[in-house]
Design a binder for this molecule. Structure first.
Ligand code: UDP
Length: 399
């Protein structure tokens, strides 16, 4: 029994713990490796940080490798990312050369040929498959909203994707016409991470103080990387509409990911739009406990993404009993049952209307937050995610 894993018993119950241990036992001699392109900033790194440790804890030897890329490479892969989310991109021969060239270089030192399962996350490391002889199945784990990708980029990337033995997406709607099996696995949050674990009120107050956040008015928050897809400027507009009816303040808590070169530009635009409005706070720092405190202290959390692979920040807020008003993008409707755990909205007016409703009806907000927490407990915790991976490994082993 993994000592760390055992701590989850109190949260998910004996039955789930026993089931996962049983499913892990056939893989105790196996080696798994995950590859992505950043150790911090963004949801993929968040997930792997807990998942990899817990898999090792229950006896499935699991490694985590990071793709090294130069700034030019990450410029190209962010374009690809944008293209997969539907943006027009110019796919030049130069971009392809940079993309494939960097993958080839990485393959020279990444050493993943001895693994029974290789899980490759997102488009950055996708071409690695060209440079290895597979020992076991290779799985491409796509975290992006690919409901409506730019055709050119999708067709280009397909040549790599079809070499994989399976693909994982976060949502049924992301499945594609492809000759390889596709599995739907929702991402997860770790309830025992400092970002999500229980926090005393005095600690919440302490971290708010550290962050310079005064709770003199109800707080509306969006926690997200500074990225246009998260629509922070739209959130400011929503806030301005809410502010006409209810006195409150807005917090945009964000960070930059090393594999996203567009972050600084977005941050500068937000600061310009904020101007000297003292009721809009923009915080740029990655402190897990501050995120925890803020998600607890907020009256309402917003996730107004335009495209969103999943959006861990939604589950994180619900787990703290805070209702979320989200957009309909990608994985958000999986996490919010409209009118139960918060609201799903399709434009700024609706979003503002629902935020106002929750600010004015604290009993309803509390009730929604509580149901959201149970919904997350059932569906979006790391333990469920581990079980899904183990089921997938079992099904791929049968072939
Ligand atoms: N995050 C953070 N600090 C910030 C902004 C975001 O720690 O200032 C975390 C957030 O709590 C979540 C992750 O980064 O765990 C973002 O994951 P999500 O799936 O919401 O979006 P992604 O960045 O992967 O698009």
């Amino acid at each position: 029994m993994g000592r760390l894993f055992n701590k989850y018993r109190a949260i998910v119950g004996d039955e789930a713990i026993g089931r996962i241990e049983e499913k892990a036992s056939p893989f105790s001699e196996k080696h798994v490796v995950h590859v992505n392109s950043t150790y911090y900033g963004g949801g993929v790194a968040e997930i792997l940080k807990s998942l990899v440790v817990l898999m090792n804890d229950i006896g499935v030897e699991t490694g985590w490798r990071m793709l090294r890329g130069n700034p030019e490479f990450f410029e190209v892969t962010k374009r690809f990312h944008n293209g997969l989310q539907g943006e027009k991109i110019y796919l030049s021969e130069r971009k392809k050369e940079i993309y494939v060239g960097e993958s080839k270089l990485n393959s020279l030192f990444m050493h993943i040929q001895r693994h029974d399962f290789a899980v490759i996350h997102d488009p950055q490391p996708l071409p690695l498959i060209n440079y290895y002889k597979k020992k076991g199945p290779w799985i491409w784990r796509c975290h992006i909203d690919i409901t409506n990708p730019n055709r050119k980029i999708w067709n280009y990337l397909t040549q790599f994707i079809v070499k994989y033995d399976a693909m994982i997406v976060s949502e049924y709607r992301y499945k594609k016409k492809l000759p390889i099996p596709q599995h739907v696995i929702a991402p997860s949050i770790d309830p025992l991470d400092p970002k999500n674990m229980d926090m005393r009120d005095s600690d919440v107050a302490k971290y708010l103080r550290i962050g310079g956040i005064d709770l003199d008015k109800p707080l509306i928050t969006q926690v997200s990387r500074f990225d246009k897809w998260k629509d922070p400027l739209g959130v400011i507009e929503v806030f301005n509409r809410v502010r006409e009816k209810v006195d409150c303040k807005l917090l945009l808590l964000g960070n930059f990911a090393p594999d996203d070169p567009e972050g600084q530009g977005m941050y500068d635009e937000i600061m310009a739009r904020k101007g000297d409005n003292k009721d809009i706070l923009v915080i740029n720092q990655t402190n897990r406990r501050l995120v925890n405190a803020v998600q607890r202290a907020s009256a309402v959390v917003i996730q107004k993404s335009i495209k969103e692979g999943f959006g861990l920040t939604v589950s994180e807020a619900l787990w703290k009993g805070t209702p979320v008003v989200g957009s309909m993008a990608g994985g958000i409707p999986l996490q919010i049952r409209d009118g139960v755990d918060g609201y799903l909205t399709s434009n700024k007016n609706e979003c503002a209307k629902r935020v106002i409703e929750l600010l004015n009806n604290r009993t309803l907000a509390k009730k929604m937050g509580e149901s959201g927490k149970e919904w997350v407990r059932k569906n979006f915790l790391t333990t469920r995610h581990m079980e899904d991976y183990l089921d997938l490994f079992a099904s791929l082993s049968k072939k």
